[in-house]
Design a binder for this molecule. Sequence first.
Ligand SMILES: [Zn+2]
Length: 970
Amino acid sequence: MNFEINNSYFGFKLKEKQYVKDIDSLAHVFIHEKSGAKLFYAQNEDDNKVFFVSFKTPPQDDCGTAHILEHSVLCGSSKYVAKDPFNELMKGSLNTYLNALTYADKTMYPVASCNHEDLYNLMDVYMDAVFNPQVVNEKKIFMQEGWHYELNNAEEAITLKGVVYNEMKGALSGPDRVLSNAINQSLFTESIYRFESGGNPEYIPELTYEKFVEFYNKYYHPSNSFFYLYGDMDIEKCLKHINDDYLVKYDAMDTEVKIYDEQVHNSQDVVSDTFAVPSGTKTGNESMLALNFIIGHSTDRLLSLSMDVLSYILLETGASPIKKAIVDKKIAESAEGWFDSSTYQMVFSFVAKNSSFNKIELFKDTVYRTLDQIVKKGLDKALIQSALNYYEFLLKEADYGYRPKGLAYGMNMMKGWLHGASPMESLKVWEHFETMRNGAENGYFENLIKTYFLENTNSSIAAVEAEEGKQERIEENNQKHLKAMKDNMSQEQITQLVKETKDLIEYQSSGDTQEVIEKIPSLSKDDIDKKASFDSYQQLENNGIKELIMPLDTNGIVYTKLMFAVDNVPTELVPYVGLLSRVLGKLDTEKFDYEKLSTQTDMFTGGIYGRLVAYNEKESVTPVLCINAKALMRNIDKMVDIIQQIIFETKFDTQSSLSKIIQDLKVEYERHFDNNGHLSAITRCLALFDEAGAYKDATGGIAFNDFLLTAGDNLEKMAEGLKKVAKLVFAKENLLLLVAAEKNDLQSVCKKFYEIEEKLPMSKAKKQDVKLVKNIDAEAVENGAKVVYNAKAANFIKEGFNYSGKMSVIKNIINTEYLWNEVRVKGGAYGSGCNFSRSGIVYAYSYRDPNVKQTFDNFDNIGNFLSNINLTDREITKYTLGAINVIDRPKSKSDRLELMVSRYYNGMTKEDVQRERDEMLSVTENDVKECAKLFNSVMKSGAICTFGSETKINENKALYKRTRRLYNKC
Ligand SMILES: [Zn+2]
């Protein structure tokens, strides 16, 4: 369709049209004349189509209204009255992305799919949700998703519950989030950015249903909406749909929602807060300090890109001057740059991690003094160039992980579009890199430092420190408050609350009728491709080295992996292999010191880093140390040269560097534990009985963290251990080389590695019988979190069951039907799930969970649920679609490579992959019922692990054989 400027199409008038090279699209900007809605359409060949609708939703307080709305509108609408259409869509659509997100000033409802019909269905469910939600007529949805008092009978104590209430309790407990809130409060005293848009649990209960509905009516109007369409789609059908079914019913509002700037303030008062740690664990050295600046506006794309690059230059590489100054002066163990361009007034923070409050002045002074020196002397030109090269590599690669490319573009565009910038301008990137590159010669970055840091008085200091027993104190206060409230209630009020509680539970437990569920559009089995996709690879042998090569359309990028088997490393040295995988590329080598090494790596590659992976099939584990590297074809010689330095010439004896890397790793792990409690619980749970799980724990989990905690005191011993394992591991017979590149480049890339292959010695060390499994089956790991993460796991192959592709479909049923209802909706946890692995592991877990015993009981009852299940053909199709969809989603190049490797190690052939797909497509109700046997026979005896809140763990002490603290110097 060729749209013409100023013509109208289905109520949409075309205002602008332009080819935008940066996203390889013909971009269109429309305005819906009757309702005032804005719409952007990127026309291109991309099969992974994206739609979203966004609203500007500035918070007015800390009640989390926008966030509760985001949850609630997805709980049923006029056309789709089912209680949870969102979950229905999750179960059985071919979506490649489906989510809803609350930002500091906007709410976004994005969907994506490679299937035309599917995208159209998803769009309709989402539009009906935002324009005609049930929640404005049904208060129970607000109570369930937001907050409510619960009282099951007159004798019990009142409790406070709600999905968002609970989610935010979990989200706000980590030190990073506490600091980020303190930063906003220190910089913004009048602007809306001083509020927590997600909602602060302390204030969420102040939100009334009436205020909530008012907020909806004010902001969820087409005049305040932004539509985004991207990809290969029938655009006329989409525009007609949006107009005829929704927008045509609205008249434009004349008031525009505006976000006002913060006035300049010249004080650098310290705004401080605390985060919770368990009693007896505070050392005084876990504080975080931040020096913050308000930086221009997010409508300035050049400025926001430049700040990203500057943050990288100053704080994120091995050669970054500010990071170096902070760490060398022992102000903190680690330093980072936080640049937030998601707010209209952007924020840059210099963050010192693991520091203390008495170093605030020194910290501030050091940052300013170093910046001043940089401006006077100029930044290292090579450092700037390498940072620009690195960012350009990332742009060229366009790997946005699980997010479709079109969505990543749209999300970036919204930062400017929401505040009035042209969407076209907000998408342009390459021309800004030209500007930065040219400017670098003439002090461009030094000028930024001068203007936005040294001369910027809109700045502040934020600092957070640990507080012992904070969580207990808050819980106690809450309970006291709830008790006082109950004491003041009349008999009538109590009876009323008991009734409300009963009504809500009844509402939640009553299922939707078949008719209601079937209103939600879904696809049929015919929409599924019966043939499994399989990236074929070639196995070769050159110079006695095994090679796997995969031709791939890579936009000129070469991906390589050097995989060294580490099964000749004895038990006592296993943690050192974990450490080795993390220090490679960060220590001095013969030719480059670590700063030069870092600059060279960024200059010529898209990254070189080590990782330890334990591949497991049935009884055996294959641990592998993998060096991952990628670069443009023209830089391949440089890349191989750097890898060579890393493998053969690393100086493990440079203690000062080793000590810094270990500090950095410790900080990284602290953050990992704060953000990934469920993964920590699962890994630890598996470590209790499974060798592969135990290997992962010892080289990258809680056991590895124990090792890191003492590592800094024994640097000599560390260096010795690293040397020993490097000698064992870097041997010819251990190596498997993997190359993925454009077909014509494959041969020559392999040849580039000959020199490395020639140099590798034979090690002849024997395979070791490693025993790492812990001899207990129930463990709890305490930290300062307000919630817990529960995991329960067992081995079903040992109990005589076999893995089948059908399990992926059954898993989908358990997760979306049973665990969603029991653990999330009724239990109040933010999430939960279960999983099966080909090696025979089955596990269930919960995420940000207020319960312990109740959740484990739910896990134990999965078998009962399955044996009593009734499924229609339509439902089975839906779950099959959902399961197939997970497998068929478009993958990034590195993910495809990783999948190929794991198939290689697990011995999965093309036929195996097809067989599993056939199994998935053939699931019957009987198969699902049969699986109950597996759960009934293995779940009750499975191992358990709870990770998180000290209080909750203490209340359930009897469940565990051992309870330990997370940070346990042993
Ligand atoms: Zn949420």
